[in-house]
Design a protein around this ligand. Structure first.
Ligand code: FAD
Length: 473
């Protein structure tokens, strides 16, 4: 007989497990179904383990440059296996944390794949498709996430061409790596492997790295990565990957030119697609398109009344904090709480390579396309006392304001620790703060956060540290 719940969440990533906790807090009898590991992609094979890898690379790079700080370090080396093990331990710890939270919140966890049998019942099946349980619920929240997208001509076979999961668990460090795609995942792995000594080639179809970011950010990262010694091929495509010796031969096309590059392995990092298949959506009439379930962006209701979808499976941006926020709003709405709808133009995006990248809102180009007359301010970290003392002077903060009403349209940063600075812009934009309030808000000295205020001051022509504003005398 089917077990009965008020709410059943399918998938336990940062969207699903948070939705389940909030549901339980609000008094719903809640179940969660997970076919692989609690915590989803984010905690197990996404955000968290990659940040652990990147931290190891940063530590290594700091030691490498210790001489710049007057510190002599002799005989250091990277233990690749140890770095991977640390990353796995961090991921496992976080996944166990979710297990604890499920128990603490009295959420029943079902191991297996959830498949709809009707709009108010699912079966939970094992790997052989044998039914373990049946669950009836008033409401279902689909939070099945996404998986790496594959290029039709470059299939991910796990040997010659690998995905991000394999790239974070390799047993041996490749000597040469070709990365297809210069989005966040591609450039993070590029930094990680390059720093540890792998020869990295990045192939990107668009004309700059991190193409969704403001053009100036992509240009700056390209410049820095080239200086670090990476081989950057923008405006290029990978036409073929063929086995050669113990590795691969990669055919790269740039304009009319084709070139062959040898490598140990290729990492395909060309985006993700939602997990909409094999869960009975067609059978019960849940509509989806191009790998994303269509939802109402305030309630997260799908085309079927009692079924909701959140996170990566409900479409872009494919980010953990977006999934979490949607999970909370979805459940609070179900509980009849007053809900503040999410502003999809105010979701920050962060990339944790070195230098880091963080942004929110319109790029300068998008703001102009939207018809705004813009005020732009830029403050380079080379003019920041803290960045100079810290030994990371590369990068800048760029802000974009609407000239007419002073709306903060966008904030774009590249530099050390900028992923910790972007929240100021997010909150300020949410509060509809103008640039003047940012300038009036006293920022602590010396901090990197001063650079945000300085960039705003530049936009309003009252900056004092760049020598760009003329004296009246
Ligand atoms: P997921 O985390 O994908 O979880 C979905 C879960 O559902 C999975 O555990 C899956 O096993 C389970 N599932 C699927 N189908 C079923 C079924 N039928 N029955 C039961 N269970 C099912 N985002 C950031 O914001 N910051 C980052 O730094 C970042 N780094 C990333 C690095 C990498 C390498 C990758 C791959 C992604 C990264 N992301 C990052 C993206 C982030 O991981 C996702 O946006 C986030 O995990 C989405 O959460 P979710 O809850 O929608 O789904």
């Amino acid at each position: 007989m089917a077990k009965e719940f008020d709410i059943c969440v399918i998938g336990s990533g940062p969207g699903g497990y948070v939705a389940a906790i909030r549901a339980s807090q609000l008094g719903f009898n809640t179940a969660i179904v997970e076919k692989r590991h609690l915590g989803g992609v984010c905690l197990n094979i996404g955000c968290i383990p990659t940040k652990a890898l990147l931290r190891s690379a940063e530590v290594y790079e700091n030691i490498e440059h210790a001489g710049n700080y007057g510190v002599e370090v002799k005989d250091y080396s990277a233990d690749f296996g140890g770095i991977i093990d640390r990353s796995r331990n961090v991921a496992n710890k976080m996944s166990k944390g979710v297990q604890f939270l499920m128990k603490a919140n009295k959420i029943e966890v079902f191991e297996g794949k959830g498949v709809f049998e009707s709009q108010d019942q699912i079966k939970v099946v094992d790997e052989d498709d044998e039914t373990r349980e049946q669950i009836k619920a008033d409401k279902f929240i689909i939070a099945t996430g996404a998986r790496p997208r594959e290029l039709p001509n470059i299939p991910i076979d796990g040997e010659l061409v690998i995905d991000s999961e394999k790239a974070m668990k390799l047993e041996e460090q490749p000597e040469k790596l070709v990365i297809i795609g210069a989005g966040a995942i591609g450039v993070e792995f590029a930094y990680f492997y390059h720093t540890l000594g792998t020869e990295v080639t990045i192939v990107e179809l668009e004309d700059s790295l991190v193409p969704v970011e403001d053009k100036d950010i992509g240009k700056e990262l390209g410049k820095i990565y080239k200086k670090k010694g990476m081989d950057i091929r923008t405006g290029s495509t990978v036409e073929a990957v063929e086995e050669k010796g113990d590795g691969v031969e990669v055919t790269i096309k740039s304009g009319d030119k084709e070139e062959k590059v040898e490598a140990d392995v290729v990492l395909s990092a060309v985006g993700v697609t939602g997990n909409v298949e094999g869960i009975g959506l067609d059978e019960i009439g849940v509509k989806y398109e191009k790998g994303a379930i269509g939802v109402d962006k305030e309630t997260y209701q799908t085309s079927v009344e009692n079924i909701y979808a959140i996170g990566d499976v409900a479409g872009p941006p494919w980010l953990a904090h977006k999934a979490t926020h949607e999970g909370i709003l979805c459940v609070e709405n179900l509980a009849g709480e007053e809900v503040h709808p999410m502003n999809y133009n105010n979701i920050p995006g962060c990339t944790y390579c070195e230098p880091q990248i963080a942004s929110v809102g319109y790029t300068e180009e998008q703001a102009k396309e939207e018809g705004y007359d813009v005020l732009v301010g830029k403050f380079p970290f080379s003019a920041s006392g803290k960045a100079t003392a810290y030994g990371h002077e590369e990068g800048f903060v760029k802000v974009v304001f609407d000239e007419k009403y002073g709306e903060w349209l966008g904030c774009h940063m590249i530099g050390a620790n900028v992923t910790e600075l972007i929240a100021e812009a997010v909150v300020a934009r949410d509060l509809e703060t103008t640039g003047h309030e940012i300038i009036h808000g006293v920022h602590p000295h010396p901090t990197l956060s001063e650079s945000v205020m300085e960039a705003v001051a530049e936009a309003y022509k009252v900056g004092v540290h760049l020598g760009t504003q003329p004296s009246r005398k």
